[in-house]
Design a protein around this ligand. Structure first.
Ligand code: SF4
Length: 413
């Protein structure tokens, strides 16, 4: 697995436009007239140009070399070629893009015009992530997706003929109307495509999506009554892990599976806490302090920031992102719950090099308790989630949040 470096930067760019809103979607995205796309790209360019002075004023280090770029959303494939060229020209004017950089774009099947695909290829895009969610047409349509299985298979052919073979497909376990058999069929079709990366998510039920709100209210709109039970979703997830492993795509993160060497380098930055800059609506950044800010650097602080999720505000009255310096206690907590997402787990000796012995020892007490409940394993060096722990990962992460809170109140007292 390629290790993302701290000397280089990952760039995330949020493109919040969609052709229709999926019932389960809890992202800051929406359906906006095409005329808004140009204004938004100009706002992205302005934000990118201001990023260096913004970070310098804060005392945060912004590496100038990019080794990953990720256009997510939303549906970046809705952008016309001239706006794609404008965006990538701005990226290359502000940063040095490494020759072997991983450049990913999220696409909705059936929403990638030939001219747009050519513009992406010309801009150096070498990885495409397709939001398929289900290969069963009825399930996809009931969820608000506009494509069929045939559309996806045709898109894969077009992408490969353009030379883009580093491909990901997203599936969701838990869509309305899904059965165990239909889920197995979706996973089998994904495997047959021969793609090197898959992301498998379990339906998130929260009040940020229309389907989530309906489920929480016990209603039947959006076919909420046909959503599988939590136990059925868990079985679907477990069977996908087994089938993908047999097909040569072992799991490397709670939701991600890849042939060796095809793990998402950009997403590894998040889980390994390497620097990244997020530009655009509701985008987050994580940067380290510069040597020129010794008081911040010596206390080991890291900057996190988030841009507004309000599109009007973002375009009409741009404000600097909200920022917070993360204390070593908060970083230690993140190191646990982000690191545990990876099947490779958390190296205790690496944590000891970064954080105080007292903090790590405190966390290891919790590890012992969670290991007794068969949620974690610890071999003396590496702590990993068990398969059971992966299903209950939010509960496990909560325990590590509680350690950080307890530690903060102890040190404050
Ligand atoms: S395409 Fe993606 S971002 Fe857009 S509505 Fe559907 S899930 Fe949300």
């Amino acid at each position: 697995m390629a290790a993302p470096s701290s000397k280089q930067l990952g760039l995330y760019i949020s493109i919040p436009f969609c052709r229709s809103k999926c019932t389960y979607c809890n992202f800051a995205s929406g359906v906006y007239p095409a005329a808004e796309h140009g204004r938004y790209i100009q706002s992205l360019v302005d934000e990118m140009r201001a990023a260096r002075s913004w970070s310098e004023n804060l005392g945060a280090s912004l590496p100038s070399r990019l080794d990953t770029i990720y256009l997510g959303g939303g549906t970046p494939s809705l952008l016309p070629p001239d706006l794609i060229a404008k965006l990538f020209d701005a990226i290359r004017a502000e940063f040095v893009v490494e020759p072997d950089a991983e450049i990913t774009v999220e696409c909705a099947p059936g929403q990638l015009a030939d001219a747009t695909l050519d513009a992406f290829a010309q801009a150096g895009v070498n990885r495409i992530s397709l939001g398929v969610q289900s290969f069963i047409d009825r399930e996809a349509h009931q969820s608000g997706r506009l494509h069929s299985r045939t559309t996806v298979l045709d898109d894969l052919k077009r992408l490969r003929s353009t030379g883009i073979t580093n491909l990901n497909i997203d599936l969701i376990a838990g869509l309305a109307g899904q059965t165990f058999a239909s889920w197995q069929e979706s996973v089998a079709v994904l495997i047959e495509t021969g793609i090197p990366h898959a992301s498998i998510y379990m339906l998130e039920v929260d009040d940020e999506s229309r389907l989530g709100r309906e489920l929480m209210a016990g209603g039947i709109r959006y076919h909420a009554e046909l959503v599988p039970t939590d136990d059925a979703m868990a079985r679907m997830y477990e069977t996908a892990i087994e089938s993908l492993l047999v097909a040569g795509l072992p799991q490397y993160e709670i939701s991600n599976f890849a042939r060796p060497g095809f793990e998402s380098r950009h997403n590894l930055r998040y889980w390994r806490r390497r620097p990244y800059l997020g530009i655009g609506l509701d985008a987050s950044s994580m940067l380290q302090a510069t040597p020129r800010s010794p008081e911040i650097r010596e206390s080991g602080y890291v900057l996190r920031s988030t841009t507004t999720a309000d599109l009007r505000l973002y375009m009409d009255a741009p404000q600097p992102p909200e920022t917070a310096w993360l204390s070593p206690e908060r970083q230690h907590e993140e190191a646990w719950f982000l690191g545990l997402r990876l099947n490779g787990g958390v190296s205790v000796s690496a944590l000891r090099r970064q954080f105080s012995n007292q903090m790590v020892a405190h966390a290891l007490d919790t590890v012992e308790l969670l290991a007794e409940r068969s949620l974690l394993t610890f071999d003396g060096e590496t702590v990993r989630l068990t398969p059971h722990g992966r299903l209950l990962s939010n509960d496990v992460f909560q325990e590590f949040l509680e350690i950080a809170n307890a530690h903060a109140s102890l040190t404050a007292g």
